[in-house]
Ligand binder design. Structure first.
Ligand code: GTP
Length: 307
């Protein structure tokens, strides 16, 4: 059996029989305990992990996804216009003991997933430091023409975790979209965010991470679109992304935003429903010198995950 066909912990088996067409590397970063390992496990396995151990240095998980491209149809391995790609998820420990060494893992990065814990505001603020650290010490595959937060020159995705335990707090809401809308309003300086949310540091025993992850806006569709965006950037830069079904409002003036990190994160079309069935889109990361084929691909459609 070829090496890519072995079933190993955290590594999915390639079903097509052919070798992978390519690989992209994504860092998953954020402060210790925000839920990075839990998220990676959810992405890889589609289910929760009951008691994740603190990551030692870095753990790499590999997800296999198929990507279809017009330019692959004539020479693709599967014969259906699609080929297999490996998505490497480098889960970087957020513990301070690795702070001086973790830059060793910042090599040939295609994208970054930032994770923060909604019940601990400081974990959101520190994403700026993470971005600056990666930008200053990392090496990048297919870097953008200009940097984003902290000078980060690759696309990124922000995942706000643990809404389940922050939702009991003062600012929290009954639905995810309301939380998103509140965060957006706070960005505009229209709402005070000075009050720290209390720390609650236990995973609810009666609730699975999957349920928690749904609460926390982990969105399978958005994550897969992010992966495919990165595959396209690396391997098919000339291809145009599919047009977005969503109207694009003007970008808010970044001078009015109190946080550079969130200046590139905005709700395109918030649709507030009382129930949890919803759809809207975000825009992530609009750089001034971003190529035109990336402007649409930076929009990510959000919907609830269903496994
Ligand atoms: N309530 C709640 N707890 C969560 C959620 N996601 C993860 N946790 C818990 O948070 C704790 C830390 O999760 P990890 O996934 O290990 O966090 P990490 O960011 O990988 O931490 P480091 O390895 O130290 O960097 C664990 O006890 C998880 O069970 C969530 O959505 N809600």
């Amino acid at each position: 059996m070829p090496w890519w066909g072995r079933e190993r912990d955290g590594i999915e088996q390639i079903q097509s029989g052919g070798p992978p067409f390519g690989q992209i590397r994504i860092l998953v970063v954020g402060d210790s305990g925000v839920g990075k390992t839990s998220l990676v496990h959810l992405i890889l396995k589609g289910c929760s992990i009951a008691h994740p151990r603190p990551t030692v240095g870095c753990a790499v998980g590999v997800k296999h996804i198929s990507y279809g491209s017009a330019s692959m149809s004539s020479n693709n391995l599967k014969g259906d216009g699609e080929n297999d790609f490996f998505v490497e998820l480098w889960d970087i420990s957020g513990h301070d003991r690795y702070k001086d060494f973790r830059h060793l893992f910042y090599t040939q990065i295609n994208g970054v997933i930032f994770v923060h814990d909604l019940s601990q505001r400081r974990t959101k603020a520190s994403l700026q430091n993470w971005a600056a650290e990666i930008a200053s010490t990392g090496t990048f595959s297919v870097p953008l023409g200009s940097g984003g937060p902290g000078g980060l020159p690759v696309p990124y995705l922000i995942i706000a975790n643990k809404t389940d335990i922050s939702s009991n707090q003062r600012h929290a809401s009954s639905g995810n979209l309301v939380d998103v809308a509140r965060m957006w309003v706070e960005k505009q300086g229209l709402l005070s965010s000075s009050e720290e949310l209390p720390l609650i540091d236990s995973f609810p025993g009666s609730s699975s991470l999957l349920a928690a992850a749904k609460e926390a806006r982990y969105d399978k569709e958005a994550v897969m679109k992010f992966f495919k965006q990165l595959i396209r950037r690396r391997y098919f830069p000339d291809e145009q992304p599919a047009p977005s079904p969503w109207p694009v409002p003007p970008v808010p003036n970044s001078e009015h935003l109190d946080n550079q990190f969130y200046s590139s994160f905005r709700v395109d079309k918030p649709v507030l429903h009382s129930q949890r069935t919803y759809a809207h889109s975000y825009s992530f990361q609009r750089f001034s010198e971003t190529r035109s084929d990336e402007s649409d691909s930076s929009k990510l459609e959000i919907a609830e995950i269903n496994y």
